[in-house]
Ligand binder design. Structure first.
Ligand code: T4K
Length: 364
């Protein structure tokens, strides 16, 4: 391999640990369709995520898309444009209209103070994103949802294992959806999960995940989004090590923060004492007062074989497929951040020397 430093690097167990795990499949010949490793993984996740309800999926996107389908929603959904394509696509794929709400500059999550003004008689739900692992203002959002009888579906793709005021994030809203993609803090190669407040949603979600096949008959238009045993085995292995991976990331983030805070024109994400973070991303906003533009920083880093990424640029509201919604100028804070934010390399095996090299290049 070359010596490139990429934005992230998949966490993997020792080769032998994974081989020992998948060896069971050669004995059982059971590869998919909610097999024994799948069920073991699910049980372990319930414990880790502090929730009674967890269902596994092929990926985080299918968890989100199917959960929205299971809620039988119609009309408009208030959401953030400062996210990965998946969030907005999951809404649109269900025939729902995304209505974009601005974000807060402090932590880049949906601005709860701007949600109510967007509610109409057609609003049926709110889909906030715990972006970069920054937990949304779950109390304020739930208050609004209760007042207007709206469902809340959290895109928790970045928030695996986090707690807010001691409560696992899987417990907020009607549904929370996680991603276990190879690029995430915790991965099962590809994979995802959803947790629910109400078991009825779980029953429906499980049917839709398996072609709509329920207890007796096919009642829902379903799809195939079942997690296979190879992915579940990777999940079981990685779950054993996730706490130490998060601890290593925490130290690296603390180093980044120490070396970049106070620099004129650099804005870092705000961390609060209420949240137990997973340190999934290292976002930095290069404000106009910084001596280089975000694009120049990307180029300077790339010249040194370091590859930061523009998560999330452009806003999903600026995608070709959503232009007809005419929402491009409706979220000024999100637009400002999207044009200036970079996620710096962050993964458990990144060295502290590399963090220093990266921050030196940025400050130089
Ligand atoms: N909601 C939100 C808010 C999300 O961010 C995402 C996914 C979802 C929903 C949907 O969840 P999933 O359906 O994906 O489970 C990546 C991921 O593909 C995507 O999962 C993630 N968000 C998004 C933010 O980033 P890319 O296009 O940046 O990935 P890629 O291939 O450029 O990889 C980035 C770096 O990661 C590489 O430079 C090296 C490293 N890498 C990548 C792969 C694929 C590895 O070390 N190992 C690997 O196997 O999208």
């Amino acid at each position: 391999m070359d010596n490139k430093i990429l934005v992230t690097q998949s966490s993997m167990p020792d080769y032998q640990e994974y081989v020992d795990e998948i060896k069971k499949m050669w004995d059982s010949k059971w590869l998919t369709n909610m097999g024994p490793i799948h069920n073991e993984f699910e049980a372990k996740l319930k414990e880790y995520l502090c929730t009674d309800s967890i269902d596994l999926f092929t990926n985080g996107h299918m968890a989100l898309e199917i959960s929205l389908q299971a809620l039988d929603l119609k009309g408009e959904v208030i959401t953030t444009p400062f996210t990965f394509a998946s969030t907005t696509h999951a809404i649109a794929k269900n025939g729902l209209k995304p209505v974009f709400c601005d974000i807060k500059y402090s932590d880049f999550t949906i601005d709860e103070a701007k949600i109510e003004a967007l509610i109409t008689e057609n609003t049926c739900a709110i889909v906030p994103v715990h972006v970069y692992g920054n937990v949304c203002n779950v109390e304020a959002i739930q208050k609004i949802a209760d007042k207007y009888n709206l469902k809340v579906i959290y895109d928790a793709a970045h928030a695996f294992g986090e707690k807010y005021k001691g409560v696992g994030v899987a417990n907020f809203g009607d549904v929370s959806c996680f991603s276990f993609h190879a690029t995430k803090v915790f991965n099962s190669i590809e994979g995802g999960a959803a947790s629910y407040r109400c078991e009825d949603i779980g029953t429906k979600v499980r049917a839709i995940r398996n072609f709509g096949i329920g207890q007796s008959m096919v009642a829902h238009v379903g799809t195939n989004a079942k997690m296979n045993e190879f992915c579940a085995a990777m999940g079981v292995c990685n779950l054993r090590h996730v706490d130490s991976e998060i601890q290593k990331r925490k130290l690296l983030v603390e180093q980044y923060v120490a070396q970049l805070s106070g620099v004129e024109g650099i804005k870092l994400s705000e961390y609060t004492a209420d949240t137990a973070y997973n340190y999934s991303y290292m976002p930095v906003v290069f404000e106009d007062s910084f001596h280089k533009s975000c694009t120049q920083v990307i180029e300077d880093l790339a010249q040194n074989n370091i590859f930061a990424r523009r998560y999330f640029y452009p806003l999903t509201s600026e995608f070709e497929c959503y232009k007809q919604l005419n929402a491009i100028n409706s979220t000024p804070v999100a637009s400002y951040v999207a044009h200036r934010v970079l996620c710096l390399p962050l993964y458990a095996d990144l060295s502290s020397q590399d963090v220093t090299k990266i921050t030196d290049i940025i400050k130089r």
